[in-house]
Ligand binder design. Structure first.
Ligand code: ZN
Length: 193
């Protein structure tokens, strides 16, 4: 079995297309190009590559799985093929085609949440809201500090970390950091490294 990465590093694109015969018609069996990879791998006795080594369509028909129209190439070659054939379109062009120009501009402006854009970010939280959030957090912490102070946990005994973790409902490995941050004097007095 031949490894596609060796094939690509040792042979030119033309050499890798030795079997290509575009006088044959395309064969559209359905399936995705990921599945078509299996067809070509079987046909050329290669492994099934991943990453930047791709299944390229010499016929520029992405639905085609005729092995005589497929070859192993790089993402760069694939792009060149598509540009030559005029089937290449930029991400922006595809968005315009799919949603229309106006909607495409709107999508770009607000960022596409699904694509990990910056939707919702950068929106300013009103000052009053910010203060309220901070106060809520402070109060919650105060309650927790009081809970630890009032607890009957013996800080000189093994297992106090687990007990505090249970009390505060946090991970045991976060207990010491929490104690240091919120209960400095208490921690220094009662807890020993
Ligand atoms: Zn084809």
């Amino acid at each position: 079995m031949i490894l596609v990465k060796d094939l690509i590093s040792s042979y030119t694109k033309e050499e890798r297309q030795f079997h290509v015969n575009l006088t044959e018609p395309c064969i559209e069996r359905g399936g995705s190009s990921t599945q078509h990879k299996g067809v070509l791998a079987q046909f050329l006795n290669t492994d099934i590559p991943s990453g930047r080594n791709l299944l390229c369509h010499a016929c520029n028909n992405g639905k085609c799985s005729n092995p005589n129209h497929l070859y192993w190439g790089t993402d760069k070659e694939n792009l060149e093929d598509a540009k030559l054939a005029g089937t290449w379109s930029s991400c922006w062009n595809r968005t315009v085609k799919k949603y229309g120009l106006e909607a495409a501009i709107e999508r770009q402006r607000r960022g596409n949440k699904a694509a990990g854009g910056r939707a919702g970010k950068g929106r300013k939280q009103p000052e009053a809201q910010k203060q309220k959030t901070a106060e809520t957090l402070r109060n919650k912490t105060l309650v927790k500090i009081k809970m630890v102070e009032a607890s009957q946990i013996d800080f000189q005994k093994c297992g106090w970390i687990d007990k505090v973790a249970e009390l505060l409902q946090i991970q045991p490995q976060k207990v010491k950091a929490w104690m240091k941050h919120h209960m400095v004097t208490f921690y220094n007095e009662k807890c020993f490294e």
